[in-house]
Design a protein around this ligand. Structure first.
Ligand code: ADP
Ligand code: MG
Length: 892
């Protein structure tokens, strides 16, 4: 047997092998050592070799835990009955479960897709130069059947790494297949390496062959050419798509009939938001602990269904570029928003739509049990109910203030295809309802699946079985009367079957036809010839019932399987409507209003709020702020560039981000937190935050900033929105100022896009460009105190109030006093030589700590700061940040 084990293991070296032995899956050797520590299992030994095991019926939960650790599991089953043939039992791997291909409910997260991604770099055609090789990406969610592939436009290696990073952030895959040579590119390897817990499989270059892959894919989906799906002949992205298909076929070992043919993914349909900007805007995760709390999606997600929640995540990560597309969503949201009764009943009905996409996939992969089928049927019915709610005439139409004319807008109303899918799916729902009993078993081996009245033969067997039970009961009564043992009763256990139990005191009354089976302390167990006969009748019926139920169930499941495509279509349609209803409800609950979309490059927001900050402040304490930008080419004097100065804590960062978020929400089709908003369609959003350490990437803060700035200057267009927050912090004042100045000028003169630029460099207010306007956040000075009003005003800030903030932070009074003295000294010095060209010497600026004579040494300042820290209130993360900032100050 160990030879058999070794042979199978040799074919699955990268997986933990679950080797079926009777009622257990056993693991041996290194697998046993690793699994026992990951799963907290006791490590035992067999002939001196390590081994551990899990009971087969609990295997699923152990598999889910190993998947969470990024492991693959090869499940090896017994293919013949033990003892049936001679020699050892036949065994083989029936399935390889991997993080990127699993449909395990215990493992999957309901509100996000589980994508498997493949990436390679290939020339557009065989004849093309190597230098024109393009990055190709394909992705697939086995649990929902979504499948996409695309090749990026031509770009250099840094651009490819940047693009890959953005896609990986959006898709958050758990597993990835990568072409060997692609990993030799350091920038790309770094981008892939940043993803935590990603399982990466390397594949040789020759396995990415576009023309072979195209043929495979065409054959699989029964077409001559992939043109019909929107791909060119032997398009390079087909190599990535082909790698995915090969991999899922290998691992699942069952057909995957629900997989749709790949569709092209056109990223120019969506607002381009690079990975860093998505992070900084905290769209689906916050910056502090990468959790969902305090992110945009956390305040906007009122979806009722899992497919809806997954789609909403995609909508927020990919706002639309097309005005028509965004307007269509807004029309639908508006319609639902205006009819709150309809919205409420729609949302209530949506509550009974289960995860229809993943149910459909489980059916397609022959993994659905009876409860899954019932859930699918229930969901189909709920979709039908939701549909009729939408089509119903408006509630109290005659008395409405703004009577609705006609039905729902096109983006809500079902199309022909969907109605057909619903009709077909409803038929299988009816079949399931008539066939599957309530509260069925989730196993196929116990019966308890099929409803009475569904199948005549089954009903006959069941009454036969019930009849035998009645005969059995009558027989016991007979024996009771004959033996005069009133406590005589029939019992059942798995080992000896039916038996009669007689307690110790009554043994004298036992008649001679009782055959003893078992002796216990309290009495004896018997059988009789008649009892044995009845037992085999009952057993025979039970066996036939279980077998018949199983066959009937599989037949029903196959019929459902034939309609998997309809179920997926319904799932998609209702996921979208769930998102629209979620937007409408968020608008209601949070007081948002409909944005106006425009074609001109404008950005006019009146009384805008930050959706997340607002939600976490006490009622109404958020101070709304507006802005009006217009970067139209024909209006060279219109304000296009807002330079926002002001002290720390004034509210600059919040304002910057809220403005970008409002634009993003509008193009995703959501209402926005503003009294009024007019958004000219944006093609790319950039959101940069300076002075941020990227420890994970191991690059210096300043280098990261400059990379990011270069990326903006190289890729932004007239239609982009650029938000830069304190860029230029990572170097000395003079360098930083000079760079910030030059970057601003470049944006103003060459890119000419809508820009919000927050800075602590006062000097920038002197740029003086017709498109630039100076703003600041109002500060009230009272005696020795400053109050930040959080109100935006069109004028430059008057001071940086750094010392006030230091005071707020609890710096000791002596330090504050000394700082004030130094400050006035420095200001006097500066004023005496303002226009002199200053040498941009590193470390020359006052903030860099090159202390003039007689001042505190950096060490003293650091000590003072250390003593002011209240360690009881510090989180570990803050502590780490403070520590690294202090270290940096000591070094400079
Ligand atoms: P800055 O970038 O100018 O240092 P932040 O934007 O980080 O300032 O804001 C500082 C604090 O003020 C944050 O804690 C934020 O929650 C709060 N805040 C910012 N803007 C507002 C506002 N408009 N209304 C109420 N509180 C605000
Ligand atoms: Mg800030």
């Amino acid at each position: 047997m160990m030879d058999q084990y070794r042979a199978i293991k040799a074919r699955h070296r990268d997986a933990i092998l679950f080797f079926r032995l009777g009622d257990f899956y056993e693991m041996f050797f290194e697998d046993a050592i690793e699994a026992s520590s990951l799963l907290d299992l006791t490590l035992t030994h067999r002939q001196g070799e390590p081994m551990c095991g899990v009971p087969y019926h609990a295997a699923r939960s152990y598999i889910a835990r190993l998947l969470r650790h990024g492991r693959k599991i090869a499940v090896c089953e017994q293919l013949s009955e033990p003892g049936a043939g001679k020699g050892i039992v036949d065994r083989d791997v029936v399935e390889v479960v991997t993080p990127g291909t699993t449909v395990e409910e215990d493992f999957l997260d309901q509100s996000s897709n589980n994508y498997l991604v493949a990436a390679c770099r290939l020339p557009v055609s065989r004849l093309a130069e190597r230098s024109s090789a393009r990055l190709c990406i394909a992705y697939l969610d086995v649990s929902t059947g979504e499948f996409r592939a695309f090749a990026r436009p031509e770009e250099d290696s840094a651009g490819q790494a940047q693009a890959l990073r953005a896609e990986l952030y959006r898709l958050s895959p758990r597993e990835m297949l990568v072409q060997q040579s692609l990993l030799e590119d350091k920038a790309i390897a770094d981008a892939i390496g940043e993803l935590e817990g990603l399982v990466v499989g390397k594949y040789p270059d020759w396995s990415f062959d576009p023309s072979a892959a195209s043929k495979d894919i065409a054959r699989r989906f029964g077409v001559d050419s992939l043109k019909g799906f929107g791909f060119d002949e032997a398009a390079p992205e087909m190599a990535a798509a082909g790698a995915l298909l090969r991999y899922v076929d290998e691992t699942a070992r069952s057909g995957l009939p629900h997989l749709a043919p790949p569709l092209p993914y056109r990223d120019d349909e969506y607002v381009a938001i690079d990975e860093g900007s998505r992070r900084n805007l905290e769209i689906v995760r916050n910056l502090s602990d990468s959790g969902r709390a305090f992110s945009l999606i956390a305040v906007l997600d009122y979806t009722k269904t899992a497919p809806g929640a997954r789609l909403l995540r995609n909508w927020l990560l990919q706002p639309l570029r097309s005005r028509e597309g965004a307007e269509a969503r807004l029309d639908a949201v508006d319609f639902l928003y205006r009819d709150q009764r309809l919205l409420a009943s729609l949302r209530e009905s949506l509550g009974s739509v289960r995860d229809i996409e993943r149910l459909a996939s489980r059916v397609a992969m022959d993994k659905a049990h009876a409860k899954d089928l019932l859930a699918a049927a229930e969901s189909i019915r709920a979709c039908a109910r939701c549909g009729s709610i939408l089509q119903a005439p408006p509630a109290g139409a005659s008395r409405q203030i703004e009577p609705r004319t006609g039905g729902p807008p096109p983006s809500l109303a079902p199309g022909e295809d969907e109605l057909e899918a619903l009709a077909r799916a409803s038929e299988v729902a009816a079949l399931v309802e008539s066939a599957i009993k309530d509260e069925p078993s989730v196993l196929l081996t116990e019966g308890d699946l099929i409803r009475e009245g569904y199948d005549e033969e089954l009903d006959r067997l069941r009454s036969l079985k019930a009849g035998s039970r009645e005969v059995l009961d009558a027989y016991i009564e007979e024996e009771k009367a004959a033996t005069r043992i009133p406590t005589l009763r029939v019992r059942f256990n798995r080992i000896i079957g039916y038996y009669l139990e007689v307690s110790k005191g009554k043994l004298d009354a036992v008649p001679s036809h009782f055959i003893r089976r078992q002796s216990l302390v309290a009495g004896e167990r018997y059988t009789t010839a008649r009892l044995t006969e009845l037992e085999s009748e009952i057993n025979g019926a039970t066996e036939r019932i279980v077998d018949l139920e199983r066959r009937l169930f599989l037949d029903v499941r196959d019929k459902v399987k034939a309609e998997v495509a309809s179920m997926l279509a319904l799932g998609r349609a209702w996921a979208a409507r769930d998102c629209l209803a979620s937007f409408a409800w968020a608008a209601t609950a949070r007081g948002y209003s409909r944005p106006r979309l425009a074609d001109e490059p404008v950005l006019r927001i009146a009384e805008g709020r930050h959706p997340v900050v607002e939600a976490h402040l006490p009622d109404r304490s958020f101070v709304p702020n507006g802005i009006a930008l217009d970067s139209s080419a024909g209006r060279p004097d219109a304000p296009a560039f807002a330079l926002i100065t002001g002290p720390n804590m004034a509210g600059k960062s919040t304002f910057l981000r809220q403005t970008a978020l409002i634009a993003l929400m509008a193009q995703a089709g959501s209402f926005v937190p503003a009294l009024d908003a007019e958004i000219g369609m944006i093609d790319k959003i950039y959101c940069r935050v300076g002075a941020q350490d990227n420890l994970a990437r191991g690059e210096s803060t300043f280098l990261v900033e400059m990379h990011e700035t270069a990326f903006i200057l190289n890729t932004a267009t007239e239609r982009s929105l650029v938000v830069m927050d304190e860029v230029g912090r990572g170097t000395s004042t003079i360098d930083g100022l000079a760079i910030a100045w030059a970057v601003s000028e470049n944006i103003l003169d060459s890119i000419r896009c809508r820009t919000l630029f927050a800075t602590h460099y006062h000097e920038l207010t002197a740029i003086g460009h017709p498109r630039l306007r100076n703003f600041s956040l109002a500060v009230l000075e009272e005696a020795d105190e400053v109050v930040f009003l959080k109100r935006l005003e069109e004028k430059p800030a008057e001071g940086s109030y750094g010392i006030h903030v230091a005071k707020l932070a609890g710096l000791p009074p002596a330090v504050l006093q000394r700082a004030r003295a130094i400050q006035s000294g420095l200001e006097a010095k500066e004023l005496s030589q303002p226009a002199a060209p200053r040498e941009p010497k590193r470390g020359a600026g006052p903030e860099a700590g090159a202390a003039p004579e007689g001042l505190f040494s950096p060490g003293d300042l650091v000590l003072a700061e250390l003593s002011s820290i209240d360690t009881d209130r510090l989180t570990p993360l803050e502590a780490l940040k403070r520590l690294s900032a202090l270290k940096k100050r000591l070094r400079s």
